[in-house]
Design a protein around this ligand. Structure first.
Ligand code: NAD
Length: 289
């Protein structure tokens, strides 16, 4: 057994691209995803497809998870047919790139440790394009020895690794990041609409803004690439961002933190479900028309 054998569990927009990047970097990659078109995605990523999560864990020393949410992570680690149910497997390292829930992550990490496995949370920023290019930003939580073991995989997938603290800390940082991104989509859109109504061309306005102190990641990347261009094809959905906002709000409630401005942003994201379906691109909430 060597740490060059990696399973990627969840072959969606992010997971399939990460699997292809790891295969290109020389890892022997096995994928698993129950979706009917998973075989096509595995072929496109140049990887072998396992028939079950247990088979994927058996085929690799390290497993990268890229799943919709914490419940799916719990299912593949602690559910029927998951890692903890495979009593013959030991010493697996799980790298969870899902945008998940810190409390669930800590609980699963403890259960895995008791069974001789380890977990590092490494949620990502950078979208499917960053996953395909191996230039993601990763926010990592875990024990130093586990992060050292994960490092070759993390480095193949990312251009920047931020060490955030103990296990679960990566997921805390990711929720803070996405809550801000969700809020910035609303504030930048509102402000740009004001400038346009006052007579300035939208592209000129955003270009000038990006040289000024009012700029944000959203004005520098999302506006030119997906909103002003009208392409709305970022590969990240309204449904997933609404999930992230909900998780951030739960974290605020858990910590007793008052967030008067972000509370309004959270309400607007919740209410957007009436007009924007879960499958729509998340930048639609900032559309100018
Ligand atoms: P996605 O919906 O495209 O993919 C998720 C995949 O998981 C699907 O293919 C689904 O079939 C699969 N899946 C569901 N249950 C499973 C199980 N039990 N075992 C194996 N596979 C299972 O989602 P995505 O956009 O790839 O996002 C994945 C995660 O990454 C989410 O937590 C998301 O919030 C996060 N994320 C996404 C982006 C992005 O730009 N898309 C960026 C950063 C973080």
């Amino acid at each position: 057994m060597t740490d060059r054998r990696v399973a990627v569990i969840g072959l969606g927009n992010m997971g399939a691209a990460m699997a292809a990047t790891l295969a290109r970097a020389g890892f022997a990659v096995t994928g698993y995803d129950p979706a009917p078109d998973a075989g096509d995605r595995a072929r496109a990523a140049g990887i072998a497809l396992a028939a079950s999560p247990a088979a994927a864990f058996a085929a690799a020393d390290i497993a990268v998870l890229s799943l919709p949410m914490a419940a799916h992570v719990e299912a593949v680690l602690a559910g029927e047919g998951g890692l903890l149910a495979a009593a013959d497997l030991t010493g697996r390292l799980v790298i969870d790139t899902t945008t998940s829930e810190p409390a669930v992550t800590r609980r699963l990490a403890a259960a895995l440790a008791a069974a001789g496995h380890a977990l590092v949370d490494a949620p990502v920023s950078g979208g499917p394009a960053g996953a395909a290019a191996g230039t993601l930003t990763m926010m990592v939580g875990g024990a130093a020895a586990d992060i050292d073991r994960a490092r070759p995989v993390l480095e193949a997938l990312s251009a920047k690794i931020s060490l955030c603290g103990a296990v679960g800390a990566g997921h805390v940082v990711k929720l803070v990041n996405n809550l801000l991104c969700a809020a910035h989509l609303l504030t930048v859109s509102e402000a740009v609409r004001m400038g346009v109504a006052a007579g300035v061309d939208a592209e000129t306005l955003v270009g000038a803004l990006n040289a000024g102190s009012g700029r944000a990641g959203v004005s520098e990347v999302n506006f030119p690439r997906w909103i002003l261009s009208g392409s709305f094809d970022s590969g990240f959905t309204m449904g997933l961002m609404r999930k992230d906002v909900r998780l951030a709000e739960a974290l605020a409630a858990e910590t007793g933190q008052a967030m008067p401005l972000l509370e309004v942003a959270g309400r607007l994201w919740r209410e957007s479900a009436a007009d924007l379906a879960d499958g729509e691109d998340f930048n639609r909430i900032a559309a100018l028309d």
